[in-house]
Design a protein around this ligand. Structure first.
Ligand SMILES: NC(=O)c1ccc[n+]([C@@H]2O[C@H](COP(=O)([O-])OP(=O)(O)OC[C@H]3O[C@@H](n4cnc5c(N)ncnc54)[C@H](OP(=O)(O)O)[C@@H]3O)[C@@H](O)[C@H]2O)c1
Length: 216
């Protein structure tokens, strides 16, 4: 399957490499078609890897686009991708609205009664946004067994079929055992607001390989 990955950071690179390892064709999108990090990632990932602008990657995607861009820039990225290229696509949004302009710890650029996931969904009503994976480190995203024991990933989205397809990717491609459907895209607010806790936990536990588990 041809899949678009927006983002040249460690998340885009890690998810893109995992998708390639599963036999998919992946185009990494960036502001510049010849982005240096994307060039390096393509060289490392073989013939099924390619690069382009955000618009190129969105057009390339048959059904799924992973949004692995800075949350504060994600709406601008979607605009660069182009409305027509996003129509009827499933946008798997792993971004977080982290604002580091005042240093550490970051604040949230949007929260409480709004979220990045909702902003993308509301701006592009003909795309299906599914918020997920934003509450764990990218190595854990594609290899949850890095964290021993039971632990959970969340999904938020308005379209049931899109959420079900993304849940299938999480379980059958990435190896997640526990996927909790939080509800519609407004539930992305809570998932994004877990990040102030996540960044402090990272400092407290000293490894990014941890995750949340909802014990019942
Ligand atoms: N690090 C993790 O393990 C982790 C875990 C969970 C969630 N997340 C979230 O995943 C996302 C990606 O994280 P990351 O660390 O891999 O990368 P990042 O540094 O947060 O974002 C890199 C991407 O954002 C784009 N970008 C930055 N500023 C932009 C602007 N002003 N306009 C347009 N595009 C812009 C860059 O475009 P160019 O390619 O053109 O430079 C690049 O593709 C973030 O939202 C992060 O909070 C990260």
């Amino acid at each position: 399957m041809n899949i678009g990955v927006f983002g040249t950071g460690m998340v885009g690179g890690t998810i893109g490499a995992k998708l390639i390892s599963l036999g998919h064709n992946v185009m990494m999108g960036s502001r510049e078609a010849d982005n240096e990090k994307a060039v390096k990632w393509v060289a490392e990932n073989g013939k099924n890897a390619s690069q382009g602008t955000f618009a190129d990657a969105a057009a390339f995607a048959e059904e799924f686009i992973f949004n692995c861009t800075s949350g504060m820039a994600s709406l601008a990225v979607m605009e660069m991708a182009g409305k027509d290229n996003l129509t009827e696509k499933i946008i798997i949004d792993v971004s977080n609205p982290l604002d580091f302009t005042h240093g550490f710890p970051p604040t949230l650029s949007v929260c409480n009664d709004d979220s990045i996931g909702e902003q993308i969904q509301n701006t592009y009503p003909n795309a299906h946004v599914v918020k997920t994976l934003n509450t764990c480190n990218c190595l854990v995203m594609v290899n949850p067994s890095l964290v021993p024991g039971e632990h959970d990933v969340f999904v938020s989205g308005n379209n049931f079929s899109a959420k079900s397809k993304v849940t299938d990717i999480l379980m059958n491609w990435f190896g997640w055992k526990n996927v909790i459907d939080l509800g519609d895209i407004t539930t992305a607010r809570g998932a994004e607001m877990m990040l102030p806790l996540w960044v402090r936990l990272y400092s407290a536990v000293g490894t990014p390989n941890f995750n949340f588990h909802i014990a019942r």
